[in-house]
Design a protein around this ligand. Structure first.
Ligand code: NDP
Length: 291
């Protein structure tokens, strides 16, 4: 979509590239605010809006937006799998995730990418200053969020990655699929919540990619696996520390929520579309203040 915007300057017209975040529901999404801040920071002239797609009408909504000249879209719940299926080309990280959160439209193609995993790794390594290389990492959960971060996490070279889930067969299936697609990325150890303590006394990094915090639940791992050197990261975020963060803090661990991951996945999408990388600190602080 190209929107012609009249400016106060006589005869001056700007042609604006248009982007959307597509979901259902979608009104709550912070993405338009985040991308408006990135655009201002990088002096990029873009228009970014919410797009509510009917639950059974995702592909049609995307095609209509393409017809109107749309340049790209972020995709959120519940359409990330449909976006994966709709894409005509996929990046390796989207292939690994089996889900797409960033679409780009060019030359008649629909390019699918997934920036969630790199967003997580960037937030941990750069923003939190916590090196993943050489560390013992425990990833809790085997849903879409866990799937999306496996490849970038393995590429960050941890000493060990253990994947634990409430339903162990879901974790086994996820690791099996991943290993078939990426046989050279190293071994991922599968565990139940209760067995992780027998793999390592403590972990250096424990990432909660379950949706348990939404129900004020904490995955039933032993408290002893958290120590003062542990960073406990909850992908969920909110005004208050999540119950997982509270549990980890009580064991002396460092804690961080997923707001930085949200901002960094958006920054990566912005880079994919615009070829420029926005600063994220000010946007992160502004969003934190709004929670
Ligand atoms: P899914 O529904 O795909 O997966 C849910 C996962 O949580 C499954 O592994 C499930 O286990 C587990 N689970 C659910 N309830 C419980 C519970 N009570 N105790 C233990 N485990 C439980 O969700 P997603 O993977 O899409 O999302 C997970 C979380 O990540 C959400 O909180 C979401 O908000 C967050 N997220 C944050 C992002 C960010 O940018 N900060 C980006 C993406 C996600 P089982 O297999 O046994 O059902």
């Amino acid at each position: 979509m190209s929107v012609l915007i009249s400016t106060p300057m006589a005869d001056s017209v700007l042609e604006t590239d248009c982007y959307v975040v597509i979901g259902n529901p979608i009104g709550h999404s912070k993405s338009p605010d985040i991308h408006a801040r990135f655009a201002a920071d990088t002096a990029q002239n873009i228009d970014y809006r919410h797009l509510l797609a009917p639950l059974n009408g995702f592909a049609e909504a995307v095609q209509e937006f393409i017809q109107q000249g749309g340049k790209g879209a972020n995709v959120t719940v519940p359409f990330k799998l449909e976006a994966y299926a709709l894409a005509t080309t996929l990046t390796p990280r989207a292939e690994a995730a089996g889900a797409v959160n960033t679409l780009s439209f060019a030359n008649g193609q629909i390019h699918g990418d997934n920036t969630d995993g790199i967003g997580l790794v960037t937030d941990i390594v750069r923003n939190a200053g916590f090196e993943i290389a050489g560390k013992r990492v425990l990833l809790l959960g085997a849903g879409g969020a866990a799937r999306g971060v496996l490849l970038p996490l393995m590429q960050a070279n941890p000493a060990q990655l253990v994947l634990a889930n409430r339903t162990v067969t879901n974790a086994q299936a996820l690791v099996q699929q991943f290993s078939q697609k990426f046989p050279n990325e190293g071994e991922i150890v599968v565990s139940s919540f209760t067995d992780v303590a027998s793999i390592n006394d403590q972990f250096d990094l424990i990432i909660n990619a379950t949706s348990a915090s939404l129900q004020a639940d904490v995955p039933t791992v032993a408290a002893s696996i958290f120590g003062p050197q542990t960073l406990a990261y909850d992908m969920m975020y909110g005004k208050q520390p999540t119950v997982f963060m509270q549990f980890a803090s009580a064991q002396g661990a460092m804690v961080r929520d997923g707001l930085g991951m949200l901002v960094e996945q958006a920054a990566e999408a912005f880079f994919v579309w615009r070829g420029v990388r926005p600063q994220t600190d000010a946007t992160f602080s502004a969003l934190r203040a709004q929670l």
